[in-house]
Design a protein around this ligand. Sequence first.
Ligand SMILES: [Mg+2]
Length: 175
Amino acid sequence: MNKKLIPDCRLRSVYHLDFEWLTVNKIKYFLVDLDNTLDAYLTKIPSKKATNLKHSLEARGITMIIISNNRGNRVKTYAEALGVRYLAHAKKPGTRHVREFLRQNHIEVATCIYAGDQILSDVLFGNRLGVKTILVEPLTPFDQPITRFNRIYDRILRKKLSKIMLLSEEEKYDE
Ligand SMILES: [Mg+2]
């Protein structure tokens, strides 16, 4: 399996994060995908879980930033309600837009971590950017139409991934 498709860590969701692990790795910015990672893609208003996660990160000096391929309005509405910075139309797995965004915001790549629910766009993106990557399980089985094809391939890749990387982190943090 291509190394760029292998995450550093697998979790059931971003709501199973080990904050201590972030602190140990000197993470200052939690870059995170929106759809099916923070909330379902039809969710316009951030869930309480998402709000709590943002606050828990902030309490540890870590800033959440949404990096989404979705269109501007959807991402803007959600991110502004959550009170976090965001980049829409990020064109993951490409890294050009994100690198430019980080540069403009005076954020060093080395202080970031990235979490998302798709191997082909999220894990590949994070590894190309050169940050630690967290792969989560999609929050819901429902995707926006553009993602549906990718999801079929994603399932195949996840099976391959499971042969070399079990959801050990998930088990560790499972309720
Ligand atoms: Mg997603």
